[in-house]
Design a protein around this ligand. Structure first.
Ligand SMILES: Cc1cc2nc3c(=O)[nH]c(=O)nc-3n(C[C@H](O)[C@H](O)[C@H](O)COP(=O)(O)O)c2cc1C
Length: 361
């Protein structure tokens, strides 16, 4: 387990441990999407993480699609987040903001009746989506016109500048889980015939344009990126994930990012995809720090670092249920059980009331 407690350089930061809090959408920001006292408390409780990555945060009204998730596009969002970053820093922690555009994984109810935008007009085949007006069926999005794409890329750059203003230590580009960037990457959701679709080079173009814009808005050593090469969530699929994501990793080397973060669950985990994982190939190609996530335990995380599979490991559900996860890992204390029923509900229950170790005893 000692491996988890070795310090590590991640871009501009030196992290005291390799235990990262994975991004977790919790839907507690309210309709105005402004971080509030409850969110300040929640993040402050988890500040002993080597690095906190915040919940996915919408970069624009166009990027919206989750009820009561936070934003980073208006001055009150910046002021709200500033209180979160100050609280985390006061506890000696570090925090990156995850930049989110949901693309087709949204609904007209979030957009005044207009269609959400995506690379192609292909609806998610799924269970439906929770909107401010109740649970609805997915609809086919509107394919972005070629001339609209640069303005979408600029939304990421503007949000990055606002994150910097709010006192974050960096940003994580959300390129995973079937949201806009991932929709461009994978051919199940991208059937464009212009230079953003078709070949792998073309499908990676949007990701690279966003990365370049975000790096340009701050510096590469403040920018991480999350990908999920084999995650089927949000009805995602690709005909050759290994070829696609190894190409992306090779191209990403040119930026010198703070880290690359892969969600690819450990074999046997319920989130694990049936085919082989791409992570081991990416590890050989990508030059910067690699973070892995998806069903890791203390032991499997320490083994991943020891075996050179990764430099850092992110924990989602374990951090959700254990504000003092780092201390519990260090002492070998048992973990609180997560309460799945309160993952996305309002209020402190199942959010800020998981007991820390002293109280748990
Ligand atoms: C409640 C919940 C919310 C999540 N929200 C996000 C999110 O906002 N952004 C993201 O990239 N992944 C999100 N995920 C995925 C987690 O970051 C993580 O990949 C997943 O929980 C697997 O890791 P774990 O086994 O350590 O929990 C979420 C997962 C859960 C359970």
């Amino acid at each position: 387990m000692d491996e988890l407690f070795q310090s590590v350089s991640v871009g501009a930061l030196e992290l005291p441990n390799r235990i990262v809090m994975a991004p977790l959408t919790r839907g507690r920001a309210g309709a105005a999407r402004i971080p509030n006292d409850l969110m300040v408390e929640y993040y402050q409780q988890r500040a002993t993480a080597g690095l906190i990555i915040t919940e996915a945060t919408q970069i624009s009204p166009q990027g919206a699609g989750w009820v009561d998730s936070p934003g980073i596009h208006e001055p009150p969002h910046v002021a709200g987040w500033q209180r979160v970053t100050e609280a985390v820093h006061a506890e000696g922690g570090r925090v990156f903001l995850q930049l989110w555009h949901m693309g087709r994984a949204s609904h007209p109810d979030f957009h005044g009746g207009e269609l959400p935008v995506a690379p192609s007009a292909i609806a998610i085949n799924g269970d439906g989506i929770r909107t401010p007006l109740g649970k609805k069926a997915y609809v086919a999005p509107r394919a972005l016109e070629l001339h609209e794409i640069p303005a979408v890329v600029q939304q990421y750059a503007r949000a990055t500048k606002l994150a910097q203003e709010a006192g974050f230590d960096g940003v994580e580009i959300h390129g995973a889980n079937g949201y806009l960037i991932d929709q461009f990457l994978r051919d199940g959701s991208n059937q464009r015939t212009d230079r953003y679709g078709g070949s792998i080079e073309n499908r990676v173009r949007f990701l690279l344009a966003v990365t370049e814009a975000v790096v340009g808005a701050w510096t590469a050593d403040r920018v991480g990126l999350r990908l999920s090469p084999t995650n089927p969530y949000n009805d995602q699929r690709d005909s050759d994930p290994a070829a696609l994501f190894t190409h992306a990793a090779r191209e990403l080397n040119r930026f010198g990012l703070a880290y690359l973060h892969l969600l690819e669950a450990v074999p046997g985990h319920m989130l694990a995809a049936p085919g082989p994982r791409v992570g081991p190939q990416i590890r050989k190609i990508f030059h910067g720090p690699l973070m892995v996530n998806g069903g890791y335990t203390t032991d499997s995380a320490a083994a991943a670092i020891r075996d050179g599979e990764a430099d850092l490991v992110a924990f989602g559900v374990p951090f959700l249920a254990n504000p003092d996860l780092v201390e519990r890992f260090r002492s070998g204390a048992p973990l609180n059980a997560p309460d799945f029923a309160t993952f996305y509900t309002a209020g402190p229950k199942g959010y800020t009331d998981y007991p820390a170790l002293e109280l748990a005893r």
